[in-house]
Write a protein that binds this ligand. Structure first.
Ligand SMILES: C[C@](O)(CO)[C@H](O)COP(=O)(O)OP(=O)(O)OC[C@H]1O[C@@H](n2ccc(N)nc2=O)[C@H](O)[C@@H]1O
Ligand SMILES: Nc1ncnc2c1ncn2[C@@H]1O[C@H](COP(=O)(O)OP(=O)(O)OP(=O)(O)O)[C@@H](O)[C@H]1O
Length: 282
């Protein structure tokens, strides 16, 4: 039998929703979506060391998130009952770069990478489907980060079909407001009855983010960020916001727009990725 690795570093990419249509609301309150996910090369880094004290130690606290609520810790807790040996434990540290609560899926990506990493370190032998089924308990965006390929998603984000969105560079603009995902999905004015998609996924003009008008009206800085960025490139909000992204043909064009960005916003240039770096080297 091969010895298990003792240490692992896993990238946790951010995602963009290139479009997001809401087609229905389920009886449990969750919304049925049709969305196109692409990863971007802005990543958090997760480092996991195997231990033999049967504990999960999270070495890097996050501001405003308790250990018990941290999606890294919660993901590890989901795998604890599946260990082969109760002495198996882990020390985990997270280097955060993805802004939190911006619609970039950082917490879900951290959770997915924790499941991927501990599955490897503890030798659990779970396949991607089994990991995704566990991960969806933590958030609707976790399965795509386990799936590891750009995807067209239905359901709440768990029915995934691999796709190849065109190569692109993005300027991602953070309007510096925090938008709560739950409050957007609870809002009475959210449109919830988009027709299922019949057009090409790549046709930008046929698609939209159904949360965007509502979020822009509730949060004026989001509207201002869109109004500014749309002068440079086709622009859309990701997830339930607050971040918005412009699509550029080249890194240089995206950088040029970033250089002109008003100081009220923060932003970064990122490349679209159709394969998640989380699985690199595994
Ligand atoms: C908007 C997206 O980012 C699109 O990728 C995701 O659907 C949101 O995924 P997430 O942040 O992982 O969200 P979750 O933590 O699963 O859900 C937060 C809250 O948003 C609402 N919610 C979320 C996803 C969904 N399809 N319908 C919902 O109504 C639920 O009230 C839920 O309590
Ligand atoms: N490891 C983590 N990283 C980021 N957020 C976390 C983490 N653990 C728990 N959270 C909580 O989850 C919330 C959402 O974080 P996240 O960065 O995933 O939001 P998001 O980018 O808006 O995601 P989405 O697009 O899935 O709505 C945070 O505001 C925070 O309270």
């Amino acid at each position: 039998m091969h010895a298990l690795p003792q240490d692992i570093t896993i990238h946790c990419p951010a995602k963009l929703n290139l479009f997001l249509h809401i087609t229905a609301q389920r009886n449990d309150g969750y919304h049925e979506l049709e969305t196109l996910f692409q990863f971007i090369d802005l990543c958090d880094d997760l480092h996991i060391s195997a231990t033999t004290d049967g504990r999960i130690d999270l070495l890097t606290p996050l501001q405003d998130v308790s250990h018990e609520d941290n999606l890294v810790y919660r993901a590890a807790m989901l795998l604890m009952p599946l260990r082969k040996d109760a002495q198996q434990g882990a020390q985990i540290s997270l280097h955060k770069r993805i802004p939190m609560g911006g619609g970039l899926g950082g917490g879900s990506s951290n959770a997915a990478s924790t499941l991927i990493g501990l599955n490897q370190l503890w030798g659990l032998g779970l396949d991607r489907r089994q990991l995704a089924d566990l991960g969806i308990q933590l958030g609707a965006d976790v399965p795509v980060f386990i799936f590891g390929q750009a995807a067209f998603a239905r359901g709440v984000g768990e029915q995934l079909v691999a796709v190849e969105p065109a190569p692109a560079w993005y300027l991602v603009v953070h309007p510096q407001v925090h938008v709560s995902t739950a409050s957007v999905f609870q809002h009475p004015d959210l449109p919830r009855n988009s027709a299922p998609i019949t057009t090409e996924l790549s046709e930008w003009a046929s698609h939209r983010n159904d949360c965007q008008s509502l979020v822009a009206s509730l949060y004026p800085p989001v509207a201002k960020a869109i109004d500014w960025l749309v002068e440079y490139a086709p622009t859309r909000m990701t997830g339930t916001g607050a971040c918005v992204f412009g699509c550029f043909d080249s890194q240089a064009a995206a950088q040029k727009a970033l250089a002109a960005m008003p100081s009220a916003f923060s932003g970064f240039v990122a490349q679209g990725l159709n394969t998640s770096p989380a699985w690199q080297g595994l």
